[in-house]
Design a binder for this molecule. Sequence first.
Ligand code: 16G
Ligand code: ZN
Length: 532
Amino acid sequence: MNIEHITGYASKHLGPENETFAYGTAGFRMLASKLDPVVFRVGILAGLRSKALGGKTIGVMITASHNPPKDNGIKIVDPFGEMLEQSWEAISTKLANSHDSESLISTIKEIVESQKIDWSAPSNVVVARDSRESGPKLLASTIDGLKAIGASFKDFGQLTTPQLHYLTRCFNDSSFGKPDEEGYYEKLILSYSKIMELWGVTDDISITVDAANGIGADQILKLQKYFEQHVKFTLVNGSSDVPSALNSDCGADFVKTNQKLPSGIPDFEPLKLYSSFDGDADRVVFYYLNKEGTFRLLDGDKIATLLASFISSLLSKLDGKSFKLGIVQTAYANGSSSNYITNVLKLPLGVTATGVKHLHHKAQSYDIGVYFEANGHGTVLFSDNFVEALEAQDFTPGTEQYKAASTLRLLVDLINQTVGDSIADLLAVLVALRLGDSKTPEEWDSNYTDLPNRLLKALVKDRNQFKTTDAERKLVEPVGLQSEIDEIVAEYPGGRSFVRASGTEDAVRIYAEANTIEDTNELASRVSKLLE
Ligand code: 16G
Ligand code: ZN
């Protein structure tokens, strides 16, 4: 370890004296102006993580997703494209808070020792960023961290978050795909066009994409070149070069939170399908105007049920072979969607705490695990067992069984296996609509009707006092609060409400749903009064 070399770089990225950073649900995320010392240390950490794994490639993504343009963030991606292993979150937090050179060196030494890192081991890192104005400078500081410990790195410039996850996986597992941006698009077009060919679909499908004025816009334009003969994308809110426009009155988070149309769609046509990505294109939601001209949202819950029904119908054709298909949601899933999954689709339903890593982990317990957060982040995971069984299938070409098995095998390639991906999910939804039972946005929407719901935010003195159990659906602390919530909820037919501390903001969130809008609003406001 060349201490002088490290401290030379560190002197350019000293941390603030009285600030504490924490690796949260989505890595480190805050005002971009505060991030320089943090990203430098994350660069070091990514290098160390790679050394600890004998030189496996680690990913680093600079993004603040749906957050405002003045924010930014950074997160680390593990070799198989998953979120950083949990035990390393505490290690990252420790390093991020080692503000001066001396404490930085001693924390590095501590990590090397506790993780039994061989300093001479190779270290490989891939980095990318979204379209934010603060990105280039923060990327340069991250690279300083990598250089400080002599890590090898490859800078992919601007990518969506799921593209960076894809690349990280490819570098460690060549069977996953070609480790460059082109490889990502090629994998999508190949699987999509083969599915459509199998089913004899020759007509074009058209879809409008609101790209939140983020990196998704650039990538949709590149994608269009590959999909020329299959899907016609109409891009709106595509100004990724106007930093102040990012996520502003548009994008998946805006549409889901406000349950209304984004700005920027000039001629909104009834009964046509529209979609919105978030700023780093790892979330997608859909919507349409019904005949009466009312806005109808098709959120993550609706995506999960659409994809699960389609997959379930394919599985039912593989006679003689049975596989376990399950859905994973969080407490924010609409109660109607959960009832539909259990009572109509009759599929096992898992509920986990908020945050992709929890859902992803639970989804891995099924042969096929469909997981989506209501906000539109999610994917479908196919287990190795299942893929092997599909590859070994010997159905006669041309039969229904053959078509079903081949479609399932191609879906494994189409749907991003590492993380939720707006582009891949969009294509999977288009496939499910074209080939499944629900053909139109209205038919898709009519599977179940969402219960009215409300999400409020409360500022409290110390959000860490709010401790939950049962996948965040019940408070254990502050003691007594849950029974007060239960008493209020019991007064409302179809009522459900829960309170949890946000993992990304200094606030507590209150969710409520009930059979009527009036009841929902009243329930939400009475529960939030308990927090005053
Ligand atoms: C993060 C999570 C997202 C979750 C959100 C909840 C990842 C990659 N992202 O953005 O899945 O919905 O946090 O935010 O895990 P909250 O804790 O502030 O409610
Ligand atoms: Zn995002």
